[in-house]
Design a protein around this ligand. Structure first.
Ligand SMILES: [Zn+2]
Length: 311
């Protein structure tokens, strides 16, 4: 993982990112876009403590331009489980994201870090998710949903909200600030870490990378990891195309998804954080190639990742 600092980074006039090192599991980024007297927050964080800390850091900025709008880039908890602390704001998410937000609950994460799943999976989950506090989290449904794209105005400033999912999740969304040539990508981009294909299809995610490149932004704020530029987008796209190719070949050769994940030589991608996510990525690609492939079993996939991370 490349090193970067925690906290607010000024990207331009009235534009900030909030970064959480090291960008691994649950350590996600957010953004603050400010116009005349009003602000738009891109995503909250994984728990109430982290989100409160972020909102406190933003307070000198938001006291003169309160957060009127919150956009959630997708439904993973590390991007929306602090929503209840942003009182009074309009909360916007794609329709698919809103549906997924109601299915994935903090109680599931509490179960994952509290139940004993045996000597391999238990430490793997607790090391990654045990530092978060999943108590007291409520996720109110978004107040406004959309399909495709909506253009917003934040204190006189135009912000484009562009749905590109399903890819990482069911309803991934980009937030583009044209006047600052900046885009917040949510988890369409992991920088320094390995992308994880929970939903797919991979071709949609590749198309999402092309969509970001076509925006011709100068500053790209990933969902995880340090600030980036088009090279970061191109690297994620290359990784996805690589995994698609390698997994498809092995499926044709008759390997199981797990055999394929273990067999793929990651090469230049082996140094990316959480490279064991290849397990989930191959499983999702097998499902794309064969609708008969069983639906994702999240705990089973975490066990396979835990085993691979140990090797
Ligand atoms: Zn995330």
């Amino acid at each position: 993982m490349p090193s970067f600092e925690k906290g607010l980074v000024e990207l331009g006039e009235g534009l900030h990112a909030y970064l959480l090192p090291d960008g691994s599991w649950g350590l996600s980024n957010a953004g603050l876009i400010q116009g005349e007297g009003a602000s738009l927050l891109v995503d909250t964080l994984f728990d109430l403590r982290l989100t409160r800390e972020m909102l406190d850091a933003m307070d000198p900025l938001t006291s003169r331009a309160p957060i009127a709008t919150l956009v959630n880039t997708h439904a993973n908890g590390d991007h929306c489980w602090g929503n209840q602390l942003v009182g009074g704001a309009e909360v916007i998410a794609s329709k698919a994201t809103a549906e997924e937000m109601s299915r994935v609950t903090p109680a599931m994460m509490r179960m994952m870090v509290s139940v004993d799943f045996g000597p391999v999976l238990t430490p793997y989950l607790r090391e990654r998710f045990g530092l978060f506090d999943f108590d007291g989290i409520e996720v109110p449904p978004p107040t406004r949903t959309f399909d495709g794209r909506i253009d917003l105005e934040v204190g006189g400033r135009r912000v484009e909200v562009i749905e590109v999912g399903p890819a990482h999740t069911d309803g991934d969304t980009l937030v583009h600030v044209p006047d600052a040539r900046t885009v917040f990508t949510g988890d369409i981009l992991f920088i320094g870490g390995t992308p994880i294909v929970w939903a797919g299809p991979v071709r949609n995610w590749v198309a999402a990378c092309d969509r970001i490149l076509a925006l011709d932004a100068e500053t790209i704020v990933p969902g995880h990891g340090p600030l980036s530029d088009r090279r970061g987008v191109e690297a994620v796209k290359r990784y996805l195309e690589f995994v698609w190719r390698e997994a498809s070949e092995r499926k044709r050769a008759g390997m199981s998804a797990l055999e394929a994940a273990r067999d793929i030589e990651l090469g230049e991608y082996a140094d990316w954080g959480a490279s064991e996510r290849i397990v989930v990525n191959v499983d999702s690609i097998y499902r794309e190639l064969d609708p008969q492939h069983p639906p994702a079993n999240v705990l089973g996939l975490f066990l396979q990742m835990a085993e691979m991370a140990k090797r």
